[in-house]
Design a protein around this ligand. Structure first.
Ligand code: ZN
Length: 250
């Protein structure tokens, strides 16, 4: 995708304003003035691939409220498993690597919605120009790395049911509503397990009164219960994020 930075939009919808993305909302006013004219409002569609492994990451996206992107690791036989969930609290693109470096994973939109896009090269120029701006993104990169590290432990050590609960909590936070549009096939793909395994897990969570299944949707009915049922990874990642980025609301 290319961005016409010379003709920035003047009438942004509320969902496309700075406050819609909490990482951008934490950028200092003076620095935000520098970045604002380069941000292009876009609508991300469900299943849209932002980049594939090996692609040059030429665009960085800041998801708006309710928009969610999954960073997936793809194996040679075509299977994939989620390594990180990114929503309104963050950005996906030229964050961990500086500049237009090849992507290692696949970024897929799991909850469609608005986002703000910026050429990664422009973002890098702005980071070089402002130590405060660069520091904010460095701390975000650390938080994202922590999430990736936690996923390694989670995938190796925790039950599919606990992992599914963690994923539902993270998605519930970003979706901003109790109903999550989700098929059991896509949950199985996220968790890197068989569809039949997920069917049993979802049934068990429903029997515990934590969620309710609808066609193509899952409703979170007992958020506190789901938090108790999830593995420690959900809280560990959230707590570390709050420590690194106290100025960013989750
Ligand atoms: Zn875990």
């Amino acid at each position: 995708m290319t961005i016409d930075a010379a003709n920035p939009p003047s009438d942004l919808k509320p969902t496309h304003k700075r406050s819609a993305n909490r990482l951008l909302a934490a950028v200092r006013r003076g620095d935000y003035d520098l970045i604002e004219r380069h941000l292009l409002p876009v609508e991300l569609a469900r299943g849209q691939v932002l980049f594939e492994p090996g692609d040059d990451v030429v665009t960085t996206h800041f998801p708006g409220p309710r928009t969610m992107v999954s960073l997936l690791i793809v194996t040679r036989d075509g299977r994939e498993v989620e390594a990180a969930t990114i929503g309104r609290e963050g950005a996906i693109g030229g964050i961990v690597s500086a500049g237009n470096k090849p992507a290692y994973g696949r970024a897929v939109v799991t909850i469609p919605g608005p986002a703000l896009a910026i050429p990664t090269a422009t973002l890098e120029t702005l980071k070089a120009a402002s130590p405060a701006f660069s520091d904010l993104f460095s701390r975000y990169a650390d938080a994202l790395l922590a999430q990736l590290m936690q996923s390694v432990a989670c995938n190796a050590l925790h039950s599919v049911e606990a992992r599914a609960s963690r994923w539902l909590l993270a998605t519930h936070d970003r979706a901003g509503e109790a109903i999550i549009h989700l098929t059991q096939e896509s949950l199985a793909e996220m968790l890197g397990v068989q569809r039949t395994t997920v069917t049993g897990v979802v049934q068990s969570l429903e029997e515990r009164g934590l969620i309710r299944r609808h066609r193509g949707r899952v409703e979170v009915v007992d958020r506190r219960g789901l938090e108790r049922h999830a593995c420690e990874c959900y809280a560990a990642v959230e707590d570390h994020f709050a420590l690194l980025l106290p100025e960013v609301d989750l």
